[in-house]
Write a protein that binds this ligand. Structure first.
Ligand code: HEM
Length: 257
């Protein structure tokens, strides 16, 4: 942007490298993103008991950010559904599921830690800290039921049973997409849980107890939990209906798979 000089002479070029935003930091990049505060949220090398603390804190802190974005988008999608604004809600739900994909991928990094070094040096520093107190994952847990209810309200308003919606998906494209995105959301949350259990087993073992006394085995049990069990059950119903329609034991290719 150029400014005309007060004297009406040559325009004075604005120095674009100078910050214009308020806040801490030498540049607008640092000020807007609050990098000073962000990068001071990890222990310094002088504070480390073990250098893997940086990896551990980075994975957890970034997971919290992505989980926060995930549940915030899912919550707003619920509000939009309550206003019958389905298409924008679909867009936000796609984002939310992408967030879960990212959080899932972050877990890979933890396997770069040695199980011995983690349990010997890092784990004792965590006190009674437990993932059960994760604000991000608790947010996901908190907003998910209302999201499911908003979907079912819209479906019922059309007088559709779940199986009916799937059978007539092309007539109710938005609702069909919504049902599938909720299934995807459920699947992504479950994938994260399953992967987390795998990583935990690989690092501290699967026959030990967590920092809050929870047996790791119990985490394995949580993998079977579904956010929306009805969206999974309906597939059984569809398989039965399809088989009945095809004549039960008729020699349809792929029958019974
Ligand atoms: C070295 C890596 C990790 C280990 C050893 C670990 C260990 C555990 C253990 C033992 C539990 C059971 C509760 C307890 O007693 O603490 C748990 C739960 C949990 N952890 Fe982790 N965890 C790791 C990484 C992560 C990361 C990166 C996150 C990301 C936010 C996370 C989030 C959670 C959540 C949300 C739960 C509750 C699980 C659920 O409700 O299904 N954990 N973790």
């Amino acid at each position: 942007m150029n400014d005309a000089g007060a004297t009406g002479g040559e325009p004075v070029a604005e120095d674009l490298s100078e910050p214009v935003l308020p806040g801490r930091g030498a540049s607008d990049y640092e000020r807007y993103l609050r990098t000073d505060e962000l990068l001071s949220l990890q222990k310094t090398p002088e504070e480390w008991e073990h250098r893997d603390e940086l990896l551990f804190q980075t994975v957890h802190q970034s997971s919290e950010l992505w989980l926060k974005l995930a549940w915030t988008e899912a919550e707003e999608a619920t509000r939009l559904l309550d206003e019958h604004d389905v298409a924008p809600a679909l867009r936000l739900l796609r984002r939310a599921t992408e967030c879960m994909r990212t959080v899932h991928a972050l877990l890979d990094m933890l396997e770069q830690m040695s199980p011995w070094e983690y349990t010997r040096w890092v784990r004792p520093l965590l006190g009674h800290g437990s993932g059960f107190d994760s604000p991000g994952f608790n947010g996901v847990r908190r907003v998910s039921p209302a999201l499911g209810e908003a979907f079912h309200r819209l479906r019922r308003a059309e007088g559709l049973a779940l199986a009916e919606l799937y059978r007539r998906g092309r007539e109710f494209e938005d609702l069909y997409q919504l049902a599938e995105l909720l299934t995807e959301w459920d699947e992504r949350v479950t994938f994260w849980r399953a992967r987390h259990y795998q990583v935990v087993s690989r690092i501290i073992g699967d026959e030990v107890v967590g920092t809050q006394g929870t047996p790791v085995e119990l985490l394995g049990g949580l993998i079977k939990r579904r956010l929306y069990p009805e969206l999974w059950r309906v597939r059984n119903e569809l398989t039965s209906l399809a088989q009945a329609q095809a004549g039960g034991d008729s020699p349809v290719p792929g029958h019974g798979r």
